[in-house]
Design a protein around this ligand. Structure first.
Ligand SMILES: Nc1ncnc2c1ncn2[C@@H]1O[C@H](COP(=O)(O)OP(=O)(O)OP(=O)(O)O)[C@@H](O)[C@H]1O
Ligand SMILES: [Mg+2]
Length: 156
């Protein structure tokens, strides 16, 4: 099937990698639902990939897959957006506009961590040194030839 995962285990780190391929926005949304099934609370997920890769698109479908029914908006201007779901609270962050990682101190992220937190963090590199370590990672890359195609790799 088009977006079925190819799964491998890294022999050194013992981490699992699930690779998906999407040829449209809708397929990426379906992959977001599959990724959500592999995530547990608490978790810290780093989403990486160039601008327009689909990090926010995937975050939205993950948030909705956990049962959130309201609007999910991009957290670009306020850094962190919270979503209350049955299993806990999802904190969606986009650090692209952060000028210095130390600006994260004002958010007191440590206080947001609990057994019922799920962090989805776009542009984690901009917050390096001030973020919780990731226990899952999503890497999205655009295909060179097809505008709507994406390769998505989940590492858990
Ligand atoms: N297969 C696809 N998956 C995801 N997005 C796609 C796909 N095909 C086209 N797109 C388009 O690519 C864009 C992805 O935007 P999105 O905001 O999700 O990216 P982003 O990685 O969060 O970018 P940024 O770094 O600016 O936050 C959207 O305009 C979407 O319509
Ligand atoms: Mg984004």
């Amino acid at each position: 099937m088009y977006n079925e995962a190819l799964s491998i285990v890294n022999i050194e780190t013992h981490r699992q990698q699930h690779s998906y391929s999407a040829t449209s926005l809708q397929e990426t949304e379906l992959i977001g639902q599959k990724i959500a099934k592999q995530l547990t609370f608490p978790s810290c997920v780093y989403l990486q990939g160039e601008m327009g890769a689909g990090k926010t698109t995937l975050s939205k479908s993950i948030i909705q897959a956990f049962g959130y029914v309201g609007a999910v908006t991009s957290p670009t201007y306020n850094l962190v957006q919270e979503y209350q779901v049955d299993q806990g609270v999802i904190y969606h962050m986009d650090l692209y506009r952060l000028e210095d990682p130390s600006e994260l101190e004002y958010l007191a992220l440590d206080d947001l961590w609990s057994n019922t937190s799920l962090f989805l963090i776009e542009w984690p590199i901009r917050g390096a040194g001030y973020l919780q370590m990731a226990n899952a990672e999503v890497n999205i890359s655009k295909a060179l030839d097809a505008v709507d195609q994406r390769n998505i790799v989940l590492t858990v």
